[in-house]
Design a protein around this ligand. Sequence first.
Ligand SMILES: [Fe+2]
Length: 382
Amino acid sequence: MQSFDYDPTIRVLFGENSVDRLGELVRELDARRTLLVTDPGLVQAGHAEHALQALRKAGCETAVFSQVEENPTTRVVKAATRFARESGPIECIVGLGGGSSMDCAKGVNFLLTNGGKMEDYQGMGKASKPMLPSLGVPTTAGTGSEAQSFALISRRGSHIKMACGDKKARFRAVILDPGLTASMPREVAAVTAMDAVSHALESYVTTRRNPLSQMFAREAWRLLAGNFEAALDHPEDPEVRGLMLLGAHWAGAAIENSMLGAAHATANPLTARYDITHGIAVGLMLPHVVRFNGPVAGGCYKELLSVAGACNGSERTSPERLSEHLVRFKQAAGLPLRLRDCGVLSDDLPLLAQQAAQQWTGTFNPRKLNQEQFIELYEQAF
Ligand SMILES: [Fe+2]
């Protein structure tokens, strides 16, 4: 059995209106001057103002950087860091939003406290100086970034994602408020849910899987698979939104303790080259990765089917049934089923495979892949 080193230092607050306690949590970290990192959509939805009110009520002074873009690049992190420096001494950073805002908040923390550029922190544990205390407040049920030490930042120009990790970059507290996910448009709810499902499935079978990461991944899968369609059909239901938010968070905790696999390795080049939204790209590849992993991960997939109550007496194997289960999710969500539906060119598949083979995340896939097998995966998804 794989060993693990669990270091649970993130305080997690879950519940309706828990964002009202944001200021109180900042003050408990002995901080007052706060940088709030968010995006223009959340300003428009009123969530940034809601967070600001909670901070003001606790006597926090807040500078707001609201220019985060999807798949944040080194340029945005640099701009946010410059803004923070010009705003005077910052004692605490709050990331409010989807994975992009939370990753950008972590990125700013690296540059503000340790200097240099984002590229200096690619990998794990490259920050030598202390970092600022920070908080994560997700507004989508998707990335689970709030549970992780990594900031995913794209290189300006190439749009290749760098994973910059450090335990010190991890949020000290996380607020999971289901009320904040109520404003998600259906398309956003669908792609973020697909991403969260992929986190649960991939982390459950990686080479680094261990009893702890599997506990998180199994519970994440139970919540996400059990509420996927209800979350899309009944976004007004706070109970369902809460279960999806928790599922996405546990899936993020599973990644923190076991990493990801080939669906993410093959999705990242699709996003970099064709600007395909991350959750769509992962959803396109995941059913094929599950079939590919079948010979070594079939037992794990059978366990997950059982958790989802989908272990019927069918003749088909567990990887096939799980793969079909995922396709049904995509159909229910109205997500594209094939690469060709997203403008991918067949001539590009070898190049995409070459880039996928270089992705660090792919090294944790339970079945090793060579470049030919990456091409085959793209061909199956095409
Ligand atoms: Fe993901």
